[in-house]
Design a protein around this ligand. Structure first.
Ligand code: DGT
Ligand code: MG
Length: 371
């Protein structure tokens, strides 16, 4: 099965190239070009330029108009010299030679293929590439490669979980989780978060926050939910991480570090009959179900607002908000807490609005955070 879907993935890379070429000639390609540049720098472990290109892509995404000439970009923030050169080249020639070189580079293509598997990050992908592996079949046939459980599930369900999850599917999963959570703890709090909370129509997974009104009960809730999903026969994969949260620790300045709350990364079986309008592909319709990635995080209720803000994203918005807190307010913000370095104290919050107010910012709705 992975070999068949691998062909599909390579076709997708080609489509990406064609998309890029097409959009270049029609003048909408700048954002795609920056995404490719960011990813290529990520594969080369160059965090600074990677984030700079992600920020540039984000600025262009936020514009209500299309960039038609270089002059209009002069007053835009976050566009460095390199980004400006790429914009100039695309505006002049309808293409970026640097981006085209990356897209046709074998290493880039293979790392993109390998990192598309759930559980495979850039470091593992690079390790496999260095060993001379060039395809899924190479990886699966290599006796010295030990796949961890997450990667095994990633290969097993590759076709399903590399396809976007629709809003209707997210809604159906919400019903399943809601039923499980409230059967265990009737007054539990369940919130859809991540991209779907920001109003996106599609996502790569569905993210939820679950907590209990009584402090300390939340962790047991999560393990009970997992047991219930297992009992229902819909749990295809589960990685559970117990809480390592320490309330005396200052918020982390590194966005990439995941939070310390109890959480689980799941793959669930979603039945066709549970989705309004049915599943999306003919194959899944025939089979009657699809596999979907779901993340559950379970903070103590007094950290709920910070977790909600942190998990609602987008990643770029989160990075920028933390940066703003640090640079403009001398405050440290993460998914656990907000700390005022001047007053040397933690600032409590029960809603996202409280956090925006502490930061001296006007509240913005989740759908306005799609940076
Ligand atoms: P998606 O699922 O591709 O439609 O997009 P999102 O925005 O739902 O992204 P996802 O599911 O990867 O993550 C949900 C949110 O959790 C994301 O918007 C910000 C937060 N998040 C994700 N990864 C990290 C991470 O590595 N560190 C921290 N601090 N937060 C993260
Ligand atoms: Mg998500």
């Amino acid at each position: 099965k992975p070999v068949a879907v691998e062909t599909r993935h390579l076709i997708q890379v080609c489509i990406c190239f064609l998309n890029y070429s097409f959009t270049c000639t029609s003048g909408f390609s700048l954002q795609d070009a920056f995404e490719v540049l960011a990813e290529s720098h990520e594969f080369n472990d160059m965090e600074g330029p990677c984030l700079a290109f992600r920020r540039a892509a984000s600025v262009l995404k936020s514009l209500p108009w299309t960039v038609q000439n270089l002059r209009v970009t002069e007053d835009l923030p976050c566009l460095g010299e390199h980004s400006m050169c790429v914009i100039e080249e695309i505006l002049q020639h309808g293409r970026s030679f640097e981006v085209e070189k990356i897209l046709s580079d074998e290493r880039y293509q293979i790392l993109k293929l390998f990192t598309s598997v759930f559980g495979v990050g850039p470091k593992t992908a690079e390790k496999w590439y260095r060993r001379g592996l060039r395809s899924f079949s190479d990886v699966l046939a290599e006796p010295s490669i030990h796949l961890n459980r997450m990667q095994q599930s990633g290969f097993l369900h590759y076709g399903d979980i590399s396809r976007a999850v629709s809003k209707a599917e997210a809604q159906a999963l919400g019903n399943i989780i809601d039923e499980a959570v409230h059967a265990i703890t009737p007054d539990a709090i369940l919130t859809l978060t991540g991209g779907f909370r920001r109003g996106k129509d599609f996502g790569h997974d569905v993210d939820f926050i679950v907590t209990t009104p009584q402090l300390g009960k939340e962790e047991r809730l999560l393990t009970s939910v997992i047991d219930r999903l297992k009992h229902q026969g819909i749990l295809l994969y589960c990685e559970y991480q117990a809480s390592t949260f320490d309330e005396s620790k200052l918020p982390s300045h590194r966005f990439e570090a995941m939070d310390h709350f109890a959480k689980c990364f799941l793959i669930l079986r979603l039945e066709d009959s549970q989705v309004d309008g049915g599943l999306q592909t003919a194959e899944e319709d025939r089979r009657g179900w699809r596999a979907v990635r779901v993340d559950l995080v379970s903070p103590p209720v007094d950290r709920y607002a910070f977790t909600l803000l942190g998990w609602s994203g987008s990643r770029q918005f989160e990075r920028d908000l933390r940066r703003f807190a640090r640079m403009e307010r001398r405050m440290l913000l993460d998914n656990h807490a907000l700390y005022d370095k001047t007053k040397k104290e933690f600032l409590a919050a029960t809603t996202e609005k409280d956090i925006f107010a502490h930061l001296g910012l006007e509240y913005i709705e989740p759908w306005q955070r799609n940076a």
